[in-house]
Design a protein around this ligand. Structure first.
Ligand code: BG6
Length: 482
């Protein structure tokens, strides 16, 4: 064996976006309001806005018909620029483009008698455009949004009724697009459902942390079941299509070699991998059943739930990778069991937003995930949010982004040499878009700069950054020229 050319032929290089961060057109062509469009922008860069929806802020958002406080309503107007944007992706040589379908474009009120044809046509058009350039679509079914009506009616995924609504949506889009789409993902970063509103659509009712966790884990159970039902639907509609899980991977390191710290790190890691354990292996692992029972959390299951999970595991495993964690044993019982505490890693640098940069951690994660699951892996997000500067001469010199991506791709290569089956790499935000966590425009990830500021002002003009040319070379050389 030669280890020279490590990326396999057909490796899927590309980029990833999400409907609510890129499309805009929040109230056009019959689209309903989504949960992402009621989340206000953060007032502080380091403070994430993703969990901040209460009965009160929801009422304010519903009454507000502007996008001033809600940048995800405007995105970067991909809705009207998709041809131009996809042509730019094609120019870089993209093999794959990951995007999400906005559920609220297809079922504006969540449980409409008929899907919204205009919404379906939009994605017909996007797929036709990708086909022109032989770009393989990778479609996320739920990326941090749902029709807001389902929050009002059922408290989002906390209500079991949402399963049926979602699976009508998935059946509709599978039937419509299965000829064009071979790769699907169910829930984006499903594990972040334990953090707040954005993933489950369940609003903050001022409950205790333990009560909130009860609601969130129950909501997640409904998502696990809905994901398994979607898997079953897809395999029935198109036996060749593949569907994957999607985890925000958080590799955890122990703060010291003290065995209690190592064990605390292992537990943190398990609590992250739990989600993929359920989706790939088809059952709740015993370590989580123990965690639930020790913390008074009860997962209510219907009779068939366990069978549905067991019979419909995912075909492949995808994840996002941005950072790693450090943990040490905490003697203090903080009310949610003997939880570990997170910390900074003194060996790593961080981004302007305090996200610690750890390329080697990607290799560790890839090797560990492959060992654990033996299913194909797909890195569907990785990238650097930075404050880019558009120079007077019209250029953006983003060498720091090139350095970041290169370092991560080098580690992917090492993992592949170790035998990891990696299907592809879609870096996050190939075109600048609205930040998920802060709703800023100035947190930019792209190879393509978009002329728009945090207040939504600008021409929306697309400008190639230095990293554009660099990534084009990476793809053309199948990862050999970095
Ligand atoms: C992931 C999400 O958490 O990270 C994306 O799936 C998000 O939606 C990305 O945009 C980067 O996060 P942020 O907050 O910098 O946009």
């Amino acid at each position: 064996t030669t280890y020279e050319n490590s990326f396999p032929k057909g490796f899927l290089w590309g980029g990833a976006t999400a409907a609510n961060q890129i499309e805009g057109a929040w109230n056009l062509d019959g689209k309903g309001l989504s949960t992402a469009e009621v989340v206000q922008k953060a007032d502080d860069r380091r403070k994430m806005s993703m969990g901040d929806v209460t009965e009160e802020t929801l009422a304010i958002a519903l009454a507000d018909k502007t996008d001033d406080l809600y940048p995800k309503r405007r995105g970067v107007d991909f809705y009207h620029h998709y041809k131009e944007d996809i042509a730019l992706f094609a120019e870089m040589g993209f093999k794959v483009y990951r995007f999400s379908i906005a559920w609220s474009r297809i079922f504006p009120q969540g449980e409409d008698a008929q899907p919204n044809e205009a919404g379906l046509v939009f994605y017909d058009n996007v797929l036709a455009e990708l086909a022109k350039y032989d770009i393989v679509p990778l479609v996320t079914l739920s990326h941090y949004e749902m029709p807001v009506v389902l929050t009002q009616k059922y408290n989002g995924w906390a209500g079991r009724e949402t399963i049926a609504a979602f699976n009508r949506f998935t059946e509709t889009v599978f039937n419509r697009y299965h000829d064009q789409v071979d790769y699907w993902l169910t829930f984006n970063e499903i594990n972040t459902g334990t953090w707040g509103f954005h993933e489950t659509g369940a609003i903050d009712k001022g409950l205790s942390e333990r009560e909130q966790l009860q609601i969130r884990y129950q909501a997640l159970h409904h998502q696990f079941v809905a994901s398994a039902i979607a898997t079953k639907q897809l395999h029935q509609i198109d036996p060749n299509a593949k569907i994957g899980s999607m985890l925000a991977r958080m590799q955890t390191y122990p703060a010291t070699p003290k065995p209690e710290d190592v064990r605390a790190a292992q537990l943190e890691d398990e609590k992250n991998l739990f989600f993929t354990d359920v989706q790939a292996r088809g059952e709740y692992p015993e370590y989580m059943n123990r965690f639930f029972s020790e913390n008074g959390i009860v997962i209510h299951m219907a009779e068939d739930d366990q069978a549905i999970l067991l019979e419909n595991p995912v075909d492949f495993i995808s994840f996002s990778y941005y950072m790693t964690n450090v943990t040490q044993h905490n003697q203090v019982d903080d009310g949610v069991g003997n939880m570990a505490v997170g910390g900074r890693n003194p060996y790593l640098k961080e981004s302007d937003w305090g996200w610690q940069i750890d390329p080697v951690g990607l290799r560790i994660t890839l090797n560990a995930m492959w060992d654990r699951y033996r299913k194909p892996l797909f890195i569907v997000e990785n990238g650097l949010g930075a404050l880019d500067k558009l120079e007077d001469d019209g250029h953006v010199h983003d060498q720091y982004r090139i350095d970041y991506l290169r370092a991560h791709i080098e580690q992917m290569k090492e993992a592949i040499k170790d035998g990891v089956n990696l299907l592809g790499y879609t870096m996050w935000g190939p075109i600048d878009l609205i930040s998920f966590s802060t709703s800023e425009m100035s947190k930019r990830y792209g190879f393509i700069y978009v002329d728009q500021d945090d207040d939504g002002k600008g021409t929306l003009k697309r400008i190639k950054k230095d990293s554009f040319t660099w990534y084009k070379e990476v793809i053309a050389s199948n990862g050999e020229t970095l």
